[in-house]
Design a protein around this ligand. Structure first.
Ligand code: ADP
Ligand code: MG
Length: 963
């Protein structure tokens, strides 16, 4: 650091050394080849270059085929050793844009073959240190800045955009406030470079253009201390990639670009002027202060630094003039001589020795001055001094110098005296003034720096504000959209509600209709049920009728049987009577009579058997008739079944009934026929018998038989009559029964129908009740909604009321005020009617305003109520969103944790690797020098701790400055 450098005057004797100029020629690039540019450079020797017959001689020419490593070896390798020996060094690349400056200085970072000078120097410095004495402790720090439009921008801290250049007490220039980063490994240096490069890219749209218009300066400061001898050395190395040196006219720049170009060219022309001044040997005034670039490079150009300039050239014919001027620049720079010396900080002993030496020298000079004064006195007093007695100036100076004593030029000048035309007083005065002016200039620079930083901060703030505003606007827009969306939602919800209400009304109407229908149906149902009961009643009655008729029929039958048996008895009695009479009349008669009697008996018995057979026949008939009846009944049953199943069969049934009737009728006729035939048969038999008996018996018997026959005829006829009457009755009853059965059938059918109808109705009713339930539910809901609405309305009304009250209060207040002012005014000026009118107008205006406001408020309240209705929905949505957000947060947390774990693992791995590398380095170094990385407050914590080195105070991201 400049502050720790040894003061200039008592330092070691400086060596004169000229600036090394090396020219590097790149190959023709593809675009140059495309336009057919020719390679116009020739290399007669390895240190000369010929361009169209003009020869330039440099320290070395690097031809297009030279490798990056060779470039480094010839240009920069020696500088590493110099810097570590306490010398200052500078390497800068000069040339037009795309001539290969950056390629030379940086190359391809990270590519071992294509990397340029800077990364190779860094690696070499550390390799060097690793091989050095273990008693040496190193402090290495780097700065990185660019100069654009004559403003110094810190590339390691983008907030520093306009740094100023100052001089320390030894007149060594430095960039005030530039970030200095302490580094302990090549990786850290490369990191700083990467960071600086990425910062350079920030806020630059076209990097190529920018880099061709700006200078980039990388500064490595190596401080070393011998732990035993406490000898301290300090070497500074500037590595500069200059802006393109081309003329403005060629790039065709305009406006701001032209300004930039002028500025760049200003610093470059300042550089040219400085070099010209130095080349001309005019060291009294070198215009370093013309630009920041030249101020920074003040030490490198004509000062205390070993400087190497790499002149980068394009070989293309197209670039001939630029190449020529570049080569001329190099030619001029080559003549500059620097005086370099080791930057050594002396120990107390060293200082003591130096002091002794100075004292001795002083004494010698004093005696010399005395001698000179004596000689002068002699001369002035008019004596002449022989040439042998004269003091030999040169010899005495060299004798003093040979003793290792430095004679300052000022001392020389003063001792030589009035050789210069400017008086000493004048010179000191001017010097003082100049220093003052420079101090003022520096102050101004500082001020400029401060203000520019302030401007930068303000700009940042402004940007932030703008961002805030834009984000606010965005938010506003989003809210507006949300609002619009909510409003549309609201509208749609309103519509929905309307629809629902309509639907409800419809439903209510439907419900009413349905209930009416149900009522009607119920009434119908009741009527039907009544009818049904009536029918069942009648059916029951018919049933009972039927039973009674059945009873009567059976009764009749019984009676008939009784009658029959009675008849038979009667017949038997008759027979007996007939027999008895014969025996009484014939008791007293002869055997003839007896014979006759037996014949009669026989006859009677025959008659009896006849009667018996008749009875059995009648019985048979009866049973057959009952059977037929039974059959009829089954037929009727079947018929009824048929009736039940198919109504169509009714017709058939009736026809069948009719046929049955016919059959019955025929049967009866047949029966009657049979009866008549039987009678005839009986008659014929009786006649036959009578004939037989007539033939055998006497005439007297004929009367008796005729009487008997007559009696029998009478009996038979009555019997016949009775039978037919009974049969008729049976038929009648049967038909009645049939009719009744039919009726019964019909009724049961009707009953079934009714039952089905009833079931249907029941089902319908249950359906209706279900619907009713639904409707009642809906109505309930509606009621609830209505109540909610009512509540909202109430709140709105309340709010309105409060507003109204407020308004009233306001109006009252206003009126009071107006009245007061009015009174006041009246006091002041009784007839100020115009003012009154104005006030009234004002009041009315205010009232209008108020009314409008109330309206707006009402509207708002309504909106609010609507929105409140919307609120639960939104809340629900919100809840869902919150849940989602929670879920996402959880996921995020997990992801974060995962990332943290990964990071930790990664960090761990990195630490492990770093440790391993360090161990390796240590092993490689063995007992080598140490690199300390002191820690200071505010130091960048990213770096690894210095291992194996004493951590000393000071360092870090310190800002240099005169201390
Ligand atoms: P400058 O920094 O002077 O504007 P660059 O260093 O960016 O120019 O070089 C311009 C282009 O030419 C780059 O693509 C670079 O790789 C190429 N280049 C420069 N010098 C050489 C060289 N000696 N050999 C090969 N390519 C080169
Ligand atoms: Mg470049």
């Amino acid at each position: 650091m400049a502050t720790q450098q040894s003061p200039a005057p008592p330092g070691p004797t400086p060596d004169e050394c000229s600036i090394r100029v090396i020219s590097r020629v790149r190959p023709l690039n593809s675009s140059e080849e495309k336009v057919g540019s020719k390679f116009i450079l020739k290399f007669p020797t390895d240190d000369s270059i010929n361009i169209n017959g003009k020869l330039f001689i440099f320290d070395k020419i690097l031809q297009p085929n030279v490798s990056q490593e060779d470039v480094y070896n010839t240009t920069a390798k020696t500088i590493v050793a110099d810097v570590l020996a306490g010398y200052n060094g500078t390497i800068f690349a000069y040339g037009q844009t795309s001539s290969g400056k950056t390629h030379t200085m940086e190359g391809v970072l990270g590519d071992s073959k294509m990397q340029g000078i800077i990364p190779r120097i860094i690696a070499d410095i550390f390799n060097y240190i690793y091989q050095m004495d273990e008693n040496l402790e190193f402090h290495i720090k780097v700065s990185y800045f660019e100069i654009y439009m004559d403003k110094i921008k810190d590339l390691l801290d983008i907030s520093k955009t306009n740094l100023s250049v100052h001089e320390d007490k030894n007149k060594v220039t430095y960039v005030k406030g530039a970030t200095e980063r302490f580094v302990s490994s090549p990786e850290e240096v490369m990191e700083a470079i990467e960071e600086g490069k990425s910062n350079r890219h920030v806020a630059v749209t076209n990097m190529n253009e920018h880099s061709s218009r700006s200078h980039s300066v990388f500064l490595i400061n190596v401080k070393q201390e011998h732990l035993e001898t406490e000898k301290k050395l300090n070497g500074k190395l500037y590595l500069v990639d200059l802006a393109g040196s081309e003329k403005v006219s060629k790039t065709g720049a305009e406006g701001a670009v032209l300004d930039e170009a002028k500025n760049i060219n200003k610093s470059l022309s300042a550089l040219g002027n400085v070099i010209s001044a130095l080349a001309d040997g005019n060291k009294s005034h070198v215009p370093y202060r013309d630009s920041k670039l030249t101020r920074i490079l003040q030490e490198s150009l004509g000062g205390n630094a070993r400087t190497t300039i790499v002149i980068c050239c394009s070989p293309a014919s197209y670039n001939e003039s630029e190449t020529k001027s570049t080569l001329m620049f190099g030619q001029r720079a080559k003549t500059i001589k620097n005086s370099v010396k080791v930057n050594e900080e002396l120990t107390a002993d060293e200082w003591k020795r130096r002091y002794e030496k100075e004292k001795e020298k002083n004494g010698k000079l004093k005696t010399w001055v005395q001698k000179l004064e004596a000689e002068l006195k002699a001369w002035r007093s008019g004596q002449s001094v022989t040439s042998e007695e004269q003091i030999d100036m040169k010899a005495s100076i060299t004798s003093i110098e040979s003793e290792g004593l430095e004679v300052a030029p000022t001392v020389m000048e003063s001792s030589i005296g009035n050789l210069s035309t400017i008086t000493e007083a004048e010179k000191t005065q001017w010097d003082g003034e100049r220093i003052k002016l420079y101090a003022q200039l520096d102050e101004k620079d500082d001020e400029i720096n401060n203000t520019s930083q302030m401007i930068e901060r303000l700009k940042e703030q402004m940007m932030e504000q703008e961002e805030l505003i834009s984000s606010g606007k965005k938010d506003y827009d989003v809210l507006q959209q949300e609002m619009a969306r909510i409003q549309t939602d609201n509208e749609s919800a309103k519509d929905e509600v309307k629809e629902v209400l309509q639907a409800l009304e419809e439903l209510a109407m439907n419900y009413d209709q349905k209930s009416q229908e149900v009522d009607a149906k119920n009434i119908e149902n009741e009527a039907l049920a009544e009818e049904l009961s009536k029918k069942t009643n009648s059916l029951n009655a018919l049933q009972s009728d039927y039973d009674s008729t059945k009873d009567s029929v059976s009764h009749q039958k019984k009676r008939m049987a009784d009658m029959m048996s009675g008849l038979l008895k009667d017949l038997g009695d008759i027979g007996e009577i007939v027999g008895g009479g014969d025996s009484k009349s014939l008791l007293g008669t002869s055997e003839k009579l007896e014979e006759e009697f037996t014949v009669a008996r026989l006859y009677i018995s025959r008659m009896k058997s006849e009667v018996k057979s008749l009875v059995t026949r009648s019985q048979n008939f009866e049973t057959s008739s009952t059977e037929v009846n039974k059959k009829l009944e089954t037929a009727v049953k079947e018929l009824s079944d048929c009736q039940l199943t198919i109504q169509q069969h009714e017709a058939k049934m009736s026809s069948l009934n009719e046929t049955i009737k016919d059959i019955d009728h025929k049967k009866r006729l047949l029966q009657e026929n049979v009866d008549s035939l039987n009678e005839e048969i009986a008659k014929l038999r009786a006649q036959e018998q009578i004939h037989i008996t007539e033939k055998e018996k006497v005439k007297s018997d004929a009367d008796m038989t005729s009487a008997l026959e007559q009696q029998m005829e009478v009996h038979r006829e009555s019997h016949q009559k009775q039978l037919s009457g009974l049969r008729d009755e049976i038929d009648n009853k049967q038909s009645l029964i049939d009719q009744l059965k039919e009726q019964n059938q019909k009724l049961s059918l009707a009953l079934d129908k009714l039952q089905i109808d009833y079931d249907k109705l029941k089902a319908e009713e249950s359906e209706k009740t279900a619907k009713l339930n639904e409707l009642t539910l809906q109505i309930d809901r509606k009621e609830q909604a209505r109540q909610d609405l009512k509540g909202l309305e109430e709140t709105v009304a309340k709010e309105l009321q409060t507003l109204h009250n407020l308004r009233k209060l306001f109006v009252q207040d206003l009126q009071n005020r107006v009245r007061k002012s009015q009174m006041k005014k009246d006091d002041d000026e009784d007839d100020d009617i115009g003012g009154n009118a104005a006030q009234k107008q004002k009041i009315s205006f205010l009232e209008n305003n108020l009314e409008q406001l109330t309206k707006v408020h009402k509207q708002l309240v309504r909106d609010n109520a609507d929105l409140r209705c919307e609120l639960p929905k939104l809340e629900k949505r919100l809840r869902a969103t919150m849940e989602r957000v929670k879920a996402l947060e959880g996921a995020l947390k997990e992801a974060k944790e995962g990332a943290m774990r990964d990071r930790k693992r990664y960090q761990h791995e990195v630490d492990r690797i770093k440790e391993a590398v360090r161990q390796k380095n240590l092993a490689r170094r063995g007992h080598a020098a140490q690199i300390a990385k002191p820690i200071r407050p505010g130091q960048h914590p990213g770096g690894s701790p210095a291992t194996g080195t004493g951590i000393r105070g000071g360092g870090g991201m310190a800002v240099n400055g005169p201390q």
